[in-house]
Design a protein. Structure first.
Length: 148
C-alpha cells in the first residue's frame, strides 16, 4: 500500500485539579471553542465536546502522526494558560486523563453521551463515572493514584 490511512476515534476525559467545580456554563462554552481550535492545530477533529463544572469529555479523531500523551499534554498546557489569561487566574487541569478507543459504529452513541453530561451528572459524580468507564474498557487502575 503506497499511502498510510487511519480512522482513529478517541474518547478523552479529564477533570479540573482536585475536581474543583470551577467551570461555569459561560466559561465552559469558551473553553470548548478553544479546544476545537487547539485540536484542529494538531490535525484532530472534535466531533463532540461536553462536560460539567469539574470535568470535560472530548470525542475526536486522532491524527496518525501524534502520540496520545503529546496531544493531551500540549492541549492541556495551552488551554490552562489561555483559561488563566481569560477568566480563571488559578485554574489547573488534573495531571492525568482517561482515553478510550471508540469504533466508528459507536461514535453517535458517544456523541449523545457527551451531549447529555449535565443530565447524567444529576445521578452520578465524576469519580463514579470515571471508574465506570475504566471498568467498561477493562482498564486496570489503582484508586490511590487516580485522583490528584
Amino acid at each position: 500500500m503506497s499511502q498510510s490511512l487511519s480512522n482513529i476515534i478517541l474518547h478523552i476525559v479529564f477533570s479540573t485539579k482536585n475536581r474543583e467545580p470551577s467551570i461555569d456554563s459561560d466559561t465552559r462554552q469558551k473553553i470548548y471553542a478553544y479546544f476545537v481550535k487547539a485540536f484542529a492545530d494538531h490535525k484532530c477533529t472534535i466531533y463532540k465536546i461536553g462536560g460539567t463544572k469539574d470535568h470535560i469529555h472530548i470525542a475526536c479523531s486522532f491524527a496518525r502522526t501524534l502520540t496520545i500523551s503529546d496531544l493531551i499534554r500540549n492541549v492541556k498546557i495551552s488551554s490552562t494558560k489561555w483559561i488563566r489569561e481569560k477568566t480563571l487566574k488559578d485554574f489547573s487541569w488534573q495531571k492525568g486523563y482517561g482515553v478510550f478507543s471508540v469504533s466508528q459504529s459507536q461514535l453517535s452513541k458517544l456523541e449523545n453521551y457527551i451531549g447529555t453530561q449535565e443530565e447524567h451528572h444529576r445521578q452520578k459524580n465524576f469519580k463514579e463515572e470515571l471508574i465506570e468507564l475504566l471498568k467498561k474498557h477493562h482498564i486496570l487502575y489503582d484508586e490511590n493514584y487516580l485522583w490528584d
